[in-house]
Design a protein around this ligand. Structure first.
Ligand code: FEO
Length: 167
């Protein structure tokens, strides 16, 4: 792995940990709103993002390099409703998808074939991330973003369990 590739991967590790931090902050906000199901969903998402970061971290080490961990920003985004929160999730995941695609471009330009193979997993994962957020937004809209409908959506979100490592 050359220096340009390493620099780019270090930035992506930061972005994944930053995502984890954002979702943990959202989990806290949902706890404050007494929406324990959505809080659970965000907490699982925090775990997933931590896994995304660590998978890149481990790859760098396996390639004989040393990852650098950059500083994270304090999550400042707030929301007034579940709909607003998941719209923020979707927007954020679209941003991450672009970052992954940009990283893939670097891997292609630098002819880093091992990184390209690894990033195929992330490209697929981003399709799933956006799909999940879109599905939840649809459910909240159908439920009317309040009352009993939202209560049922929250209960559904509470059923999300941690995926086995690597999924
Ligand atoms: Fe690791 Fe949600 O992107």
């Amino acid at each position: 792995m050359n220096q340009r590739m390493l620099d780019a991967v270090n930035k992506q590790i930061q972005a994944e940990f930053q995502s984890a931090y954002i979702y943990l902050s959202m989990s806290a906000q949902f706890e404050g709103m007494k929406m324990s199901g959505a809080a659970n969903w965000m907490r699982i998402q925090w775990q997933e993002e931590t896994f995304h970061a660590t998978k890149l971290f481990d790859h760098v080490i396996r390639r004989g390099k040393t990852p650098v961990l950059f500083q994270l920003d304090q999550p400042t985004a707030t929301f007034d409703s579940a709909l607003e929160a998941f719209e923020q999730v979707l927007e954020h995941e679209r941003h991450v998808t672009k970052l992954i695609h940009d990283l893939y471009e670097v891997a292609v330009e630098e002819k880093d074939y091992a990184m390209q193979t690894l990033l195929h997993w992330y490209i697929d994962e981003q399709v799933e991330e956006e799909e999940n957020a879109e599905a939840i937004i649809d459910s909240i809209r159908l439920a009317g973003n309040s009352g009993q409908g939202l209560f049922l959506v929250d209960r559904e979100l509470g059923l999300r369990a941690a995926a086995p490592a690597g999924e």
